[in-house]
Design a protein around this ligand. Structure first.
Ligand code: SF4
Length: 379
C-alpha cells in the first residue's frame, strides 16, 4: 500500500557532477509522483535530501557542515525528515548516522528509484533506514522532474569499469551498467514531445556504452539519437580517451546534431603521471586523437579535466601538463588540485605533494587556461 503525501514538501540539495544533478531530477520526479511538492526553500520542507558527492574531501566536509545546520533546524521542527543520498552515502554508509545522528535515511547511488519506499518506512515506522546495496538501476517508467526546460540530461549508463588510481567513482557507483537502448530512445522521444530540442547523454565513460550489453556500442546509440526528429543538438559527457575509437571519430562528422563539442579529460601531460594514474593512454596517443578529431571537424570545441599535484608529480611532469595545454588549446577546462581519497591506490602512494605546491600549480594552470580561453573567444 503506497502512501500519497499530499502537502508534504521536499527540498533536494545537489552536490557534484551532472550525473548527480540528473539523479536529483529523478528523485524529484519520483516524489512529485507520490504527491510531494518540491520546494526551493529548505526552511519550509518536511523532507530534506542531500544528494552528495565524494570526489574530493572538500565535498564531504561541506555535507557535514550542512548536516550541522539541519540538526539545528530539526531541533526546532522534530518532524523534519533528513536523508543523505549519492556517492558519499554509498561510500560512508553507517558512518554518517554515527557522525550525524539527526539523519533518518541513508540511500546509495543504486537505490534512488526506491526513495519513496524508504521515506514511507521512515515516516510510518518512525525508524532510521539505510539502503546502500549495489544493484541494477531500472529507470523504466520513471519520469525525471527537470527544472531546465531547454536542455535535458539523459543518463545512458552508470558506474565505470576503469580504475584510475585517484578516483572514487568505481567504489561509489560500481561497475559499468549501460541502460537498454530502447529505454534511452523512448526517454528522448518523450522529451521531444515535451518540447526539448537539446539533450546531453550522461555517463562516467559514455564512449564505452554497451560494452556490458553486447551487440551495441556508443556509435550505434548516437546514430539512433541523431535520427530522432525534433532533436537539434546532442552533447555527451564524459568520454575516456582510451575508448575513443577511430570508428567513432570517423562517424562524428556525419552526425549533424552531435559534433560541435567534445569533453575529453586528459588529467595530465606527463606520461609518468598518466601511468601512475592508470589512465591507459600516453600524451602522444591523446594528442593523436585530438589531431584526428580536429582534422575531421575543424570547428569542434574541445574541453578537458586536469589534475595537478598528483603524487610524484615533479616540476618536469607539471611542465608537461602546461605544454600540453598550450599545444591543444582547450576551449575550457575543469582544473583540480589532487585530493587524496580514502580507499584509493593513489592515497597510499609515496611522494605526496605538499598542499602549497598543489595550490600554486592549480593557480598556474587556471591562469594559463584563462589566457588560452580569452584568445580563443577573441579570435
Ligand atoms: S574513467 Fe577513471 S576518473 Fe573517470 S569515473 Fe572512471 S575511474 Fe573515475
Amino acid at each position: 500500500m503506497s502512501i500519497i503525501n499530499y502537502n508534504k514538501k521536499a527540498y533536494i540539495k545537489t552536490y557534484g557532477c551532472q550525473m548527480n544533478v540528473h539523479d536529483s531530477e529523478i528523485m524529484a520526479g519520483l516524489l512529485l509522483n507520490k504527491g510531494y511538492e518540491v520546494t526551493a526553500n529548505m526552511n519550509e520542507a518536511d523532507v530534506v535530501l542531500l544528494n552528495t558527492c565524494a570526489i574530493r574531501g572538500k565535498a564531504e566536509d561541506k555535507v557535514y557542515s550542512q548536516l550541522g545546520v539541519l540538526k539545528k533546524l530539526k531541533e526546532k521542527r522534530p518532524g523534519l525528515i533528513l536523508g543523505v543520498g549519492g556517492c558519499m552515502a554509498q561510500r560512508e554508509g553507517e558512518k554518517i548516522f554515527r557522525r550525524s545522528p539527526s539523519v533518518d535515511l541513508i540511500f546509495g547511488t543504486h537505490q534512488i528509484c526506491n526513495l519513496p519506499t524508504f521515506l514511507n518506512e521512515v515516516i510510518r515506522e518512525r525508524r532510521k533506514v539505510i539502503a546502500i546495496k549495489e544493484g541494477k538501476i531500472s529507470q523504466e517508467g520513471v519520469k525525471a522532474y527537470r527544472a531546465d526546460r531547454a536542455e535535458a540530461y539523459v543518463a545512458i549508463m552508470r558506474g565505470c569499469n576503469n580504475h584510475c588510481t585517484y578516483c572514487v567513482v568505481p567504489s561509489a557507483r560500481g561497475r559499468q551498467n549501460s541502460r537498454p537502448p530502447e529505454e534511452v530512445i523512448k526517454e528522448i522521444e518523450d522529451l521531444v514531445e515535451e518540447g526539448y530540442k537539446e539533450v546531453t547523454l550522461l555517463g562516467q565513460n559514455v564512449v564505452a556504452y554497451g560494452k556490458d550489453l553486447g551487440g551495441i556500442d556508443f556509435i550505434d546509440l548516437l546514430e539512433r539519437v541523431n535520427e530522432i526528429e525534433g532533436i537539434e543538438k546532442i552533447k555527451y559527457i564524459s568520454s575516456h580517451p582510451k575508448d575513443m575509437s577511430d570508428r567513432l571519430i570517423e562517424t562524428l562528422p556525419g552526425l549533424s546534431k552531435a559534433c560541435e563539442d567534445l569533453h575529453l579529460p586528459v588529467q595530465s601531460g606527463s606520461n609518468r603521471i598518466l601511468k601512475a594514474m592508470n589512465r591507459g593512454y600516453t600524451r602522444e596517443e591523446y594528442l593523436k586523437i585530438i589531431g584526428k578529431v580536429r582534422s575531421l571537424i575543424p570547428r569542434i570545441s574541445i574541453t578537458t579535466d586536469i589534475i595537478v599535484g598528483f603524487p610524484g608529480e615533479g616540476e618536469k611532469d607539471f611542465a608537461d601538463t602546461l605544454s600540453l595545454m598550450k599545444e591543444v588549446r582547450f576551449a575550457s577546462a575543469y582544473m583540480f588540485k589532487y585530493s587524496p581519497r580514502p580507499g584509493t591506490p593513489a592515497e597510499k602512494m609515496s611522494e605526496q605533494i605538499p598542499e602549497e605546491i598543489r595550490l600554486k600549480r592549480l593557480h598556474e594552470v587556471i591562469d594559463l587556461q584563462r589566457e588560452i580561453s580569452e584568445k580563443i573567444r577573441n579570435f
